[in-house]
Design a protein around this ligand. Structure first.
Ligand code: ADP
Ligand code: MG
Length: 603
């Protein structure tokens, strides 16, 4: 993933020097308290270091940042004069007029952080630019300069903030325990470290190393911060154009977390929060999310600020886009596209070796060529048919812009052929790059789910007339539920008639109900629907999901060859062919590469 190219959002600031903003400009900038706890100091200082183009940053804290926050960077540093000016309110090198504000590329612009911090702490700064052989030392104590002298120091800025809130006891009392404040700091450092994987970060708290991060790629950084399994369980996202794009990673549908703590949005590398965009991501997972489970995501929205209107609240991290819907659709379409991709399928034997990189190390040219010719995705269903269905499907529920995005997706062809049903439960298949095993129930469930969701949406029920109608005596509670949901049951293909309050006559059932299941299907769907509906608000989804589950081929059902073939064909036309409506995998694969490794043909 190429994140480096977005560095132009942070152009070098070398050509600027610090100016005091005129009052009328300063007042236009929503001020707000910059410093309310140690982690906000850390955030401001780290952002200053990054604005100064630092490539290596050390963070040293003591007592949750209460007694010491020390940030050392190798950025551009400050001249003698600037070192003093920096501590004045509204002193900033980053903008000089209100017009500049609209095209802001740096983190800082209010010229407030250093002034605010030095008003409530004892600050010591050593700084030197590459223009000077000697640096500057400034000591400030609650806004009074206590020392200013020349000092030998590295290029960059060394800043220590001691005894935060020493002169404002009320605010000091407001601070939480050291460990809580420490956690807030970790959060801030983590987020900034994700946004700048190419920058080295060293973090020490109370003499203990918390992390030391080399310059790395984003997946490497995610692994370093959240554990080695992360990069194996995420899928790349990339969508958009020069003006607005979204890139990053989202968790595979089989990898969910119990909390929302690992969900990150960045706007031009600045961490942001947006309920609207989070919703777009959830919407993208649609039916794969169980209640109480949350996907991992780390998404970078990159916007050309000159072309798109964005209003970022300076301290609260909330953003408002002019075209809120457009951004929503972009994120939604990006997530959907990623999830409908072949790479969602789990591999049977997962190794993190990339085929191409491991083969470029072998000496044999022929081998290398062979593998380089095969597509980097290991397996995917014929894309053409997925696309046509998706288009049709989407046109009923979303805007035309998503269709356009999806139309542009490249088409890759590959095939899987059923070989044998195993234990009346799994279908063993030959794929062009290995062996695929399909869970017959989950596969059929997915097919029915998408088909009936579509029929439901378009209000075109597909029904079969029963030769002999069925009569049920319902409890009064069930009778109320069924009459309430009668229209929905009918959209699914059931033809219902009430005689009296509790006698239900069924004259028709959805056309996909298998022979022999006709008399039980309604009861089964109703019972399961009651459970589902209790936890889901959306009756439509609960109903379709329930029907798909109950009407699908079951474990133990013997299949004819033709039936297997037809099931695979239909599966290939679904939008998300690799995950069942409950989020479980439908397909597992064993690649040729893995087989060759297991048989000792390659290392
Ligand atoms: P802002 O970041 O909003 O401009 P600050 O009070 O955070 O305001 O910083 C004031 C100025 O001090 C910055 O504009 C920048 O010129 C300078 N400065 C602060 N920290 C650093 C640093 N680590 N390296 C170089 N310059 C810095
Ligand atoms: Mg700043």
């Amino acid at each position: 993933m190429e994140f480096e190219r977005h560095n132009n959002f942070f152009p070098s600031l070398n050509s600027f020097s610090i100016k005091i903003l005129p009052e009328h400009v300063a007042s236009k900038i929503a001020a707000g308290e910059v410093v309310n706890r140690p982690s906000s100091v850390v955030k401001e200082l780290l952002e200053n270091s990054l604005d100064a183009d630092a490539t290596e940053i050390h963070i040293i804290i003591k007592d949750g940042g209460k007694s010491l926050i020390q940030i050392v960077d190798n950025g551009m540093g400050m001249s003698d004069d600037d070192a003093l000016l920096a501590f004045q309110r509204h002193a900033t090198s980053k903008i000089s007029s209100f017009e500049d504000l609209e095209q802001l590329h740096s983190f800082g612009f209010r010229g407030e952080a250093l002034a605010s911090v030095s008003a409530v702490a004892q600050v010591e700064m050593r700084t030197r630019t590459n223009q000077n052989d000697v640096g500057t030392l400034v000591k400030i104590d609650g806004n009074t300069i206590t020392e200013q002298s020349k000092i030998a120091t590295e290029i960059g800025t060394w800043l220590a903030v001691r005894n935060l809130f020493f002169n404002t006891p009320a605010r000091k009392n407001f601070l939480k325990s050291n460990s809580t404040e420490f956690r807030h700091i970790v959060n801030v450092v983590q987020r900034i470290a994700i946004a700048f994987p190419n920058v080295k970060f060293f973090f020490v708290s109370d003499g203990e190393k918390i992390f030391s991060l080399p310059s790395q790629t984003l997946p490497e950084r995610l692994n370093a911060l959240f554990g080695e399994s992360v990069s194996k369980n995420v899928l790349p996202v990339s969508e958009g154009n020069e003006i607005i794009s979204v890139e990053g990673f989202i968790g595979k549908p089989t990898y969910f977390l119990k909390t929302q703590s690992e969900q990150f949005f960045f706007l031009n590398k600045r961490i942001i929060q947006s309920k609207n965009l989070s919703h777009a991501v959830f919407q993208g997972y649609e039916n794969m999310l169980e209640k109480g489970s949350f996907p991992f995501f780390c998404l970078f929205i990159n916007i050309d600020m000159k072309k798109v209107d964005v209003n970022v609240h300076p301290s609260k991290m909330e953003v408002k886009f002019d075209d809120e819907n457009g951004v929503y659709r972009l994120v939604l379409s990006a997530v959907r596209k990623t999830l409908s991709d072949g790479e969602v399928i789990p591999e049977l034997l997962f190794t993190n070796s990339d085929i191409r990189s491991s083969f470029s190390q072998t000496s044999s040219e022929t081998k290398r060529d062979f593998f380089l010719q095969s597509p980097p995705q290991q397996f995917s269903f014929p894309r053409q048919s997925i696309l046509s269905f998706t288009k049709e499907f989407l046109s009923t529920i979303s805007s035309s812009s998503i269709e356009k995005e999806i139309e542009q997706t490249s088409v890759t062809k590959s095939e899987i052929i059923p070989l044998q049903q195993v234990h009346n439960q799994y279908i063993l298949c030959a794929a062009n790059d290995g062996i695929t095993i399909i869970d017959q129930h989950a596969a059929h469930e997915r097919v029915l789910y998408e088909k009936y969701l579509y029929l439901f949406e378009t209000n075109a029920p597909s029904s079969q007339q029963l030769l002999f109608s069925l009569t049920f005596e319902l409890t009064s509670a069930d009778a109320i539920l069924v009459s309430e949901q009668q229209l929905n049951f009918e959209k699914l293909g059931f033809q219902l008639k009430f005689f009296g309050k509790t006698t239900l006559v069924i004259e028709g059932i959805p056309s996909d109900v298998r022979v022999g299941r006709e008399s039980n299907i309604f009861r089964e769907v109703l019972d399961k629907f009651k459970e589902e509906f209790a936890v889901k608000i959306d009756a439509r989804e609960a109903l379709v999901k329930t029907f798909a589950c109950k009407a699908a081929i079951k474990k133990g059902d013997a299949l004819l060859y033709e039936e297997m073939r037809s099931l695979l064909e239909q599966l290939s036309q679904t939008q998300i062919p690799h995950v069942c409506p409950h989020g479980r995998p439908i397909t597992l694969k064993l690649t040729l590469h893995e087989l060759d490794k297991k048989f000792g043909r390659i290392l």
